[in-house]
Design a protein around this ligand. Structure first.
Ligand code: IVH
Length: 721
């Protein structure tokens, strides 16, 4: 990897290079592209962004065009991806899985179209139709059907040979096991993209966090990591999705056009992208590109451009391929959402678990249409120029206050400081010193050793625990939050207010439940304070009263015990049934030889990190006292008790389309409160689909699986509210 050290691209035009310089540059670039391929395709851990990768690859190809002696057959410029990783058996693609050339401007698209016309010897008046469709940012998967039955699934690998992930692919709901239709050929290889939606990606990372496992950098990596699992039950637990858009071996094509084949795929049971459109001119292609780009933020999944393809398959066949890509298609990539600005300050935020997070305060700058003033700097090592494995990033350059930096905003993720311009660094700048004391309470902030890896945690944490005001405010916010106790009218702002209020201080969860009584005894009433008034004070007290009997899982989650997210909280609630039982187990489990320790460790999906976290939480005397005070105020309800009276108890419910009387989160919370399980997609296990206006494919899925469908009004009739 030492050859692969990232260097900026040379700006000397290729035509002006000497053969010697071209050779040196070619060698460096080939190593960098190879390393990037390995990192991207094998490790699911990209080491450079798409724009940097594309630029390097383009320069490499340009060098080889100008100096043909540099080109090696089977060299890196010929390869689409990287070799298979060796974990899986290999499958040789009968028709290679190719890649796409890229266009980065409208002019380049016009050139592509002109090239197609030229190649086919067609005049403009004769016209050639193209399709335009989103370029899904996932990983491609080839599915082989014989006599309509799925027999093999293979990743792209190096384009010639991929990995056999058949067992894993069978667990993906959106991949049909059998193809339906009179025109399904004996052999049909359907190709498309496996990807994850944004919400599902967030859920997966939440579970990674709960288990103390590293989080995925983006949905693409998470999808790749989920598909390429030796344990297919892990794949099955991840809501992977699939769009079909191409094909491999298919001796009899079901239609004469790209559009026609894709429409056939839909009839056969695949999902195809609704934004695919047939266009007659460059202008129409660009218009569809703009339309897709404008919907990018609300699609719910990542796309990184628009793919144009010649529609007529006879013309596609005539156009053929050049080394790694078809002549009849091109990917029009979205520009990276980057902007340059000045880093004015670095603030340290203290989270609920004491994690110190560095936040860049930036001179305001527009990135992809949004004004950005803050960006994440991740952690101490990132600022110093190292990644999570201790390897240098940005060529080892650190980030300093006063630096001119590049900010990147990708999709809906938090903007981040990506690169630093050393040429613009002020002469008097100094390396940033990450605080070793908590800025909120002054306690030592340390980096724990991870017991599993023996390595220092990337995160520095305040050791102040219960005395740290920043942690206690964040813990209170978490306790009342939507997914925990869900107290109406008590949000972040109100928690901050009460935390600092001398008349009605809220320093710990129990204080919330004594607010009304304390207010009654106070001379200065809440209703007279700014921002409240009689009605909102009354409503707040009512909302608090309403939560004195919270569902056990929400109560456990709300405690903010490290590594215990919603899912684990629910598991624990189900397993122990009452808070007393969980608490007794947590205390007894401190003894390593105890049966309680064994039982805790044996719960499915509860790993050693969670066990340790529970023991530590219940072993802390302060927490014991805090719990005693809290349990004097509230009585967590076992899940069954809440659920048994409800008509949807134990049912699997899916919500789709627009809901008018409640938000999606509210609907989910309500269903769960009533003992139902809310799923993201319809399968044969689904009991009920609640569909609002605009419901789409889920309705079809429901029909396919014979799932009962009701509307929002029907839902309220059913649950009585
Ligand atoms: S067509 C021979 N269509 O992009 C052409 N590819 O950079 C086959 N991709 O390997 C590809 N969305 O993984 C095509 N609508 C789409 C796509 C798409 C995403 C991916 C695919 C391909 C890569 C090429």
């Amino acid at each position: 990897m030492s050859d692969a050290k990232d260097t900026t691209l040379s700006e000397t035009p290729v035509a002006e290079l000497t053969a010697r310089r071209a050779k040196v540059e070619h060698k460096q670039l080939a190593a960098q592209v190879q390393a990037a391929n390995d990192a991207y395709f094998q490790e699911d851990q990209p080491i450079m962004d798409d724009a940097a990768y594309d630029a390097k690859r383009q320069r490499l190809v340009a060098l080889e065009e100008a100096f043909p002696e540099l080109k090696e057959t089977g060299g890196v410029s010929d390869k689409v991806g990287a070799r298979p990783s060796g974990k899986f058996a290999k499958i040789r693609h009968r028709v290679p899985m190719l890649s796409l050339d890229n266009a980065f401007s409208d002019e380049a698209v016009a050139e592509f179209v002109a090239r197609v016309y030229r190649f086919l010897g067609r005049k403009e008046e004769e016209g050639i139709a193209f399709t335009a469709e989103p370029k899904i940012d996932g990983l491609s998967l080839s599915l082989r059907y014989e006599k309509g039955e799925l027999v093999a699934a293979a990743t792209r690998g190096d384009g010639e040979e991929g990995e056999d992930v058949t067992v894993n692919a069978r667990t993906i709901a959106e991949i049909p096991q059998t193809l339906a239709g009179p025109d399904v050929p004996d052999i049909a290889e359907v190709r498309g993209e496996v990807y994850l939606g944004h919400a599902d990606f967030a859920g997966i990372n939440e579970r990674q966090r709960e288990k103390g496992l590293p989080e995925f950098a983006n949905p693409r990596n998470a999808a790749a990591g989920s598909l390429r699992q030796l344990d297919a039950t892990i794949t099955a637990s991840r809501p992977l999705r699939y769009f079909a858009y191409a094909w491999g071996e298919m001796p009899v094509l079901p239609a004469p056009t790209q559009m026609g084949v894709v429409e056939t795929f839909r009839r056969w049971g695949f999902r195809t992208n609704p934004l695919m459109k047939r266009c007659e001119s460059v202008e129409e292609l660009i218009a569809q590109y703009r339309l897709i780009e404008s919907q990018r933020a609300t699609l719910g999944y990542d796309i990184d451009g628009v793919v144009y393809k010649v529609d007529d398959l006879a013309l596609q066949a005539r156009l053929g391929f050049v080394s790694r890509a078809p002549r009849w298609a091109i990917a029009h990539k979205f520009p990276a959402e980057l902007a340059t600005t000045v880093l004015e300050a670095i603030d340290i935020q203290v989270g609920r678990t004491g994690a110190l997070s560095p936040v860049a305060r930036l001179k305001p700058v527009t990135v992809g249409g949004v004004v950005v003033t803050n960006a994440t700097l991740h952690n101490e090592d990132y600022i110093r120029g190292f990644d999570s494995k201790g390897l240098p990033i940005r060529d080892g350059a650190d980030i300093r206050i006063g630096d001119t930096v590049t900010v990147k905003r990708a999709g809906d993720v938090i903007p981040r400081v990506e690169a630093v311009d050393l040429a613009k660094r002020p002469a008097d700048s100094k390396p940033y010193e990450f605080p070793t004391l908590c800025p909120a309470c002054g306690s030592h902030a340390t980096r724990e050793l991870n017991p599993r890896t023996g390595k220092e945690d990337a995160v520095r944490r305040c050791t102040g625990g219960l005395i740290c005001p920043a942690q206690s405010v964040e813990r209170l916010k978490h306790f009342v939050s939507r997914d925990a106790m869900d107290i109406d009218g008590l949000g972040d702002k109100q928690i901050e207010f009460f935390h600092g209020d001398p008349d009605l201080p809220v320093k710990e969860p129990a204080d919330i439940f004594t607010l009304a009584a304390r207010d009654a005894g106070n001379l200065r009433k809440l209703k007279d304070k700014e921002g409240f008034g009689a009605v909102s004070a009354r409503k707040l007290f009512d909302a608090i009263e309403d939560r004195r009997r919270p569902p056990l899982n929400r109560f456990i989650f709300g405690l903010g015990i490290r590594h215990i997210g919603e899912t684990t909280a629910r598991l624990l609630a189900r397993h122990y049934g009452s808070f007393e039982a969980l608490r007794a187990a947590g205390i007894a489990a401190a003894d390593e030889a105890s049966p309680e320790r064994q039982e805790l460790g044996a719960i499915d999906s509860v790993g050693p990190t969670v066990v340790e976290a529970l023991i530590e939480f219940f072993g802390e005397p302060h927490n014991e006292e805090l719990l005693d005070r809290l349990l004097a105020q509230v009585s967590p309800q076992p899940l069954e008790a809440v659920a048994s009276a409800s008509p949807v108890a134990g049912k699997i419910v899916v919500f789709t389309g627009a809901l008018e009387r409640m938000t999606r989160d509210e609907a989910k919370a309500m269903a769960e409160r009533l003992g139902a399980k809310v799923a993201g997609s319809v399968s044969s296990k689904t009991d009920l689909l609640v569909a609002g206006p605009g419901a789409g494919s889920k309705l079809k899925d429901a029909a396919k699986h014979g799932v009962e469908v009701i509307d929002e009004a029907g839902w309220f009739d059913l649950v009585g509210g």
